[in-house]
Design a protein around this ligand. Sequence first.
Ligand code: NOJ
Length: 450
Amino acid sequence: MTSMKFPKDFLWGAATASYQIEGAWNEDGKGESIWDRFTHQPFKILNGDNGDIACDHYHRMPEDVQLMKKIGLQSYRFSISWPRIFPAGYGEVNQKGVDFYNRLVDQLLAAGISPNITLNHWDLPQALQEKGGWPNRDTANYFTDYSALIFKQLGDRVDLWSTFNEPWVISSLGYGDGIFAPGISDKSQGYQAAHHLLLAHGNTVKIFRDGNYKGKIGIVLSMTNNRPATQSEADIAACKRVNQDNYGFFLDPIYKGAYPKDFMEWIGPHAPKIKPGDLEKINQPIDYLGVNYYMTFEVAFSNLGGLLKIDMQQKSASNWDFTPEIGFSINPDGLTTLLGYIRKEYNNPPIYITENGCTVEEKPNEEGFIMDWGRIDYIRAHLRALHTAIQEGSDIRGYTVWSLFDNFEWTFGYKPRFGIIRVDYQTLERYPKQSAFWYQEVIKNNGLDY
Ligand code: NOJ
């Protein structure tokens, strides 16, 4: 058994997102979001589920903060619902929405928990989608105005900020493929959306700097670990295209001030329209990169593989299975590989692991308790992989479990349960699982035995 200690000041947390936990979708002046609209249509979501009630966090926030305190979280990553603040996306402010997040931040601080705020985790105001959504350049300006208001309201008390959660999911799954809200399937709109998300990101970082706020700001990306299926030139090139689509398209402009040239040529007429000066705006120094890591893919060239000509297969490590209900591959070492790639490609930026976690087979006893050893094994293995990356020289500042609660898992509805706290969706009671108590020890010891 070896003992793994994490660096001094390493930050341990858990994460959620507004649409996935808040509920109260049309209460206290909140406007409709694209996820409200999407989930209210038939056949979009497994079992016809939606986030109308979700975990009812909007009404149960004080008791939820007390639970976080009991677990000993040092940091809580959550997102703000833009349409709760600006029901129409811009213009008139909904004060009750602002008050909710003000109370949340104050209660977290009183509980000794550092707030880590994501400005947008996918729930764009529907009113802005009516104007074209992210493919419309104006949306980037509305986002910056919204962010400016949030900074003014909360900027004195928040240590960590991110502009967006997984912008690739918004642009690619929301606008390129249409399997997520707002359900548009058009590659050109997808890449244009990505460019505007980046523009909104850059402009927001700029106003954050200009305001001299005390916290740090970054962006959170979904980063799968991808490897070529064979060493053939075609497979290696296909894998590179996936990396460029998934992260190079975002990180190259942010860290290097340019989109990947060969990738832009590959997508040809679907490449976004860029105005002079845009790349300078995007190329703002950020304080950290947020990495959400879940899975590993093997990538092969395929003639039938859409615009990118790829075939992607999830690959678990030989001693791991796939996660139930949602079928994610499990490959802890993939995290070490991915972090090594970022270290080399982007000059070893400070990193927070902003999401990592899994579903497991779980059945509560009659007390509602769940012995989720599978989740503990998963997190332990990923912490080990993370520790290895730190020893190899990566600058890792913290780890965040996805998720604090079982919650609304997008198109999969409530079936997959990612929480270290169980939510009984009938009674909305919360039940910390064994993993929550195990994690409490990890936090206390700033490490674990392996
Ligand atoms: C990443 C997303 O940010 C989050 O919303 C989602 O629930 C998890 N992945 C699990 O799929």
